[in-house]
Structures are given as structure tokens and as C-alpha cells.
Design a protein around this ligand. Structure first.
Ligand code: ADP
Ligand code: MG
Ligand code: MG
Length: 252
């Protein structure tokens, strides 16, 4: 599904990603971990198509399509969901109305019939139940005055509504409490199907107590220096990153 080959990217003059290789197949959940400053958020941003990063070499394809060639909007239409794509507050626009537009826009792009109010409401109720979000939150202006946990819930709800083929969640270090982590984890677990894939970027071992990833990768100095299964996350919890840094530094 997603294929990243020898990806290099820089910001200003600084090379941050220095040869990322990653294959993600449908049905898989991949966790990307690593010490602070290793390039995790940069990788997520580059996949999102954020303009402040310059890709200097390598390729990223989604189902054979060149992702790097597409605008962030077209990436979303192609089925990529980036959790921080809509973190903006939109005064006066409720999540409901925002999502209605987003869902129909994507359906149109895919050549599907747009949803009328009744079927949209039905879909919404179904997804609300699935991700356990309260309708009152959806009626409020998008992200305006939302708590950290409410933002997360909203984000997972958006993901449920858009049914992406590839979801990329960057769980940044910005004070996520255990409840927020649980919301994200439950969402990822419930939305997992044989046809979609998820990349969870995190430096929280704890998140992986709730999400069971199929693969865990450690990013260090802009490269994936170790890959494994969920046992690797447990090993990191126990031993930290120093041994991995030492191993990687010895090789360069
Ligand atoms: P992580 O998410 O793994 O903690 P980041 O991707 O946020 O790491 O950052 C990787 C490196 O890139 C860090 O050294 C960071 O200081 C640098 N970096 C990130 N964003 C910028 C920026 N806007 N300008 C300059 N350097 C940046
Ligand atoms: Mg960081
Ligand atoms: Mg980060």
C-alpha cells in the first residue's frame, strides 16, 4: 500500500530525514518510535505534504501512485488521513458541517454519489457510537476551546467518517494524558480493517499498551535503525534508547 524508498528531506539547510525505507501493507498497524528530535514528526509532515519541508531524494508511493507529487488535499482524496491535517479552529463551523463537506468532497472525487442529510446523519450516528463521541461536541465550532482529549476524540471521529486507507497519527509530546492516549488507541483498534493501514508516530511506550502494532520501527537521526514486532516496544520500555543509539552510531 505505502512504499517509502530512500527518503531524504530537509528543513532550511538541515537534513532531517536521511534515507527512510518503509513498506506498509493493507491491514497493518505500524508504530514509529524513537528519541526526541529523531525526525518522527518530520516524517509525518513530509507524508502530509507540509510545505516547509523539502524532499531532496527518494520516493513515496501509495498504491503505486506518487504521493510526493500530490497536494495535501489530493493526498487526502487518495485516502490518506493525517491526524493533524485539520487541527485548526474554525469559528462558527461545527464539526458536523465541516465533516459533511469533507465526506461529500471525497465521495465526489471517488465518483460516488454525494450523501443527503438523512444518510449523512445515519453514518454519523453509527461512527459516533463506534468512537464514543458525544453529539454535543460535534455541534460545537470545530476545535474551538476543545480540551486535549476532546481534540483527540474529534480527530478519531474524523478518521472514522473519512474511512481512510492510510491513517497517519503523530502523537506529539504535547501533554497527552492517559485518557487521550486511550481514545486514540481505541479508535485505531476499532477502525482497523483488512483494507486499511495505520502509522502511529509516538514516543510513548504507553500508547502501545493499548494499540497492538504489527511492526515497531525506531527512528534515530533520520533513519529507521531498528524494526521489530511489539516485543521491541517492550524492550525499549525496559532498556530505553541508549543501546539502539550505540548500535546505530557504531555503524556510521
Ligand atoms: P521528533 O518528532 O522525532 O521529536 P522532529 O521531526 O520534530 O523530531 O525534529 C527532528 C529534527 O528537526 C530536530 O533536530 C528538530 O530540531 C529539527 N526541526 C524540526 N522542525 C524544524 C524547523 N521548523 N526548523 C528547524 N529545525 C527543525
Ligand atoms: Mg519532538
Ligand atoms: Mg515529534
Amino acid at each position: 500500500m505505502l512504499s517509502i524508498k530512500n527518503l531524504h528531506a530537509r528543513i532550511e539547510e538541515k537534513e532531517i530525514l536521511r534515507g527512510i525505507n518503509l513498506e506498509v501493507k493493507a491491514g497493518e498497524v505500524h508504530a514509529i518510535m524513537g528519541p526526541n528530535g529523531s525526525g518522527k514528526s518530520t516524517l509525518a509532515s513530509v507524508l502530509a505534504g507540509r510545505s516547509d519541508y523539502e524532499v531532496t531524494s527518494g520516493s513515496v508511493t501509495l498504491n503505486g501512485k506518487d504521493l510526493l507529487d500530490l497536494s495535501p488535499e489530493d493526498r487526502a482524496r487518495e485516502g490518506v488521513f493525517l491526524a493533524f491535517q485539520y487541527p485548526i479552529e474554525i469559528p462558527g463551523v461545527s464539526t458536523i458541517n465541516f465533516m459533511k463537506t469533507a465526506v461529500n468532497e471525497i465521495r465526489e472525487y471517488r465518483g460516488q454519489e454525494t450523501m443527503d442529510a438523512v444518510s449523512f446523519l445515519k453514518l454519523m450516528k453509527e461512527k459516533m457510537k463506534l468512537v464514543e463521541i458525544d453529539e454535543s461536541l460535534l455541534k460545537r465550532a470545530l476545535n474551538e476551546g476543545f480540551s486535549g482529549g476532546e481534540k483527540k476524540r474529534n480527530e478519531i471521529f474524523q478518521m472514522a467518517m473519512l474511512e481512510p486507507s492510510l491513517a497517519i497519527l503523530d502523537e506529539t509530546d504535547s501533554g497527552l494524558d492517559i485518557d487521550a492516549l486511550r481514545i486514540v488507541a481505541n479508535g485505531v483498534n476499532k477502525l482497523k480493517t483488512p483494507n486499511n493501514a495505520t502509522i502511529v508516530v509516538t514516543h510513548y511506550q504507553r500508547l502501545l499498551d493499548y494499540i497492538v502494532p504489527d511492526f515497531v520501527h525506531v527512528l534515530y537521526k533520520g533513519r529507521i535503525v531498528k524494526s521489530g514486532t511489539k516485543e521491541l516496544a517492550l524492550e525499549l520500555e525496559e532498556k530505553g534508547y541508549d543501546w539502539i543509539k550505540a548500535e546505530a552510531d557504531a555503524q556510521t
